[in-house]
Design a protein around this ligand. Structure first.
Ligand code: PLP
Length: 364
């Protein structure tokens, strides 16, 4: 099946919107060309609308979501800082690793995979944390962690949120939450190929940026002078021009649809998928009440015909129907499927196609 016909329903990139693909074909400008800089400013304005923030320092980090994660930690964590991290999946684990490399004393607050982190446990974990960090949408498990209750945290604790799989797909309210640092990725609910990490930084976090972060490339002191649009712009690195065209277009599509309308579309498609899987006799993995519409996790049934297993079913979905879904991670490898409905992929026709294809393969 030609690649262009693939339906990307894995936990990775979704299908980019056609207007985004067109944007990649625009002539490349110089990274200091005034026309490019005004497009970058407009991209940052659009990002502020999508993040629901007034934070002046809001821009796409050149790099994937992981670069956003590193940029968030490396700029505010000092040696010996207590950093409380919620861990209920792969990406919470990664936050611990990144924070530890920045010299933090990492305080882990765990919950079993498939269940949400208790916000009260995060708040009670340390009397004076420098940072409280949590993943909003855990892509490894399909669980949404609650962020709003963390607004009532101890004075001085910065709130750092991973919104890679949530931004654009479910409500993200940076200013209402009082979040200080948040990052995302372009490839999920924003409907753009991978390559940029939208980042937003509150004035309080900016006041706490370390003088010489343990990364030159991700040093916000320097990057801010290029991306902020205020005063003279100083070259820091060559912005990935075409990627920014793509993000600008993707955000344009999203804002034209309306942020709330996009959340509703994701919610409706997710519900349709959850209902369809349950109607087929399958059991959802993530705890009820905390299921992500944009990333569904479901147990692989244990009464499969002899010739079928997790890998064979995913291979048939890809080979016969052009549909990509993801497998489980860690101890759930081979036992759980992860089905994405992100950005432009979150459409009713994709849900119907997937359910029909899976039903045919399983004979249900
Ligand atoms: N955080 C979460 C929740 C993710 O789902 C991912 C990627 O899937 C990342 C971070 C890392 O992003 P990237 O793979 O774009 O570097």
């Amino acid at each position: 099946m030609p690649h262009r016909e693939r339906v990307l329903m894995g936990p990775g990139p979704g299908n980019p919107h056609p207007e985004v693909i067109e944007a990649f074909g625009r002539p490349v400008l110089g990274h200091l060309d005034p026309d490019f800089l005004s497009l970058l400013d407009e991209t940052n304005d659009r990002l502020r609308q999508v993040w629901r923030t007034a934070n002046p320092l809001t821009f796409p980090v050149s790099g994937t979501g992981s670069a956003g994660m590193e940029a968030a930690f490396v700029n505010v964590v000092r040696d010996g800082d207590a950093v409380v991290v919620g861990v209920n999946g792969v990406f919470g684990e990664r936050m611990c690793d990144v924070a530890a490399r920045c010299g933090a004393e990492v305080v882990r607050v765990e919950a079993p995979w498939g269940t949400p982190i208790d916000p009260e446990a995060l708040l009670a974990a340390h009397p004076d944390p420098a940072v409280i960090a949590v993943v909003h949408a855990e892509t490894s498990t399909g669980v949404r962690n609650d962020i709003a209750p963390l607004a009532d945290r101890p004075d001085g604790a910065l709130l750092l949120v991973d919104c890679v799989t949530s931004l654009g797909g479910i409500p993200v309210e940076i200013d209402e939450w009082g979040a200080d640092l948040a990052y995302s990725g372009t490839q999920k609910c924003l409907g753009v190929p991978p390559g940029l990490a939208p980042l937003t930084v509150s004035p309080a976090a900016l006041d706490r940026v370390v003088e010489r972060p343990r990364s030159w490339y991700l040093d916000l002191n320097m990057i801010a002078r290029y991306v902020s649009g205020e005063g003279a712009r100083a070259y820091h690195h060559t912005a990935p021009i075409s990627m920014i065209y793509g993000l600008h277009a993707g955000l344009g599509v999203l804002l034209e649809e309306g942020l709330e309308a996009s959340w509703e579309r994701h919610a409706a498609c997710g519900q349709l998928l959850h209902d369809g899987l349950e109607a087929m006799g399958l059991e959802l993995f993530a705890a009820e009440g905390h299921r992500l519409p944009e990333l569904t996790t479901v147990w692989v049934p244990d009464d499969l015909p002899a010739e079928l297993d997790d890998a064979a079913i995913r291979a048939r979905l890809l080979g016969d129907y052009g549909i990509e879904i993801g497998g489980g991670l860690g101890e759930f490898a081979g036992r759980v499927w992860r089905i994405g409905l992100m950005g432009h992929t979150a459409r009713r026709r994709n849900v119907t196609l997937f359910l029909a294809a899976l039903g045919e393969i399983l004979g249900r």
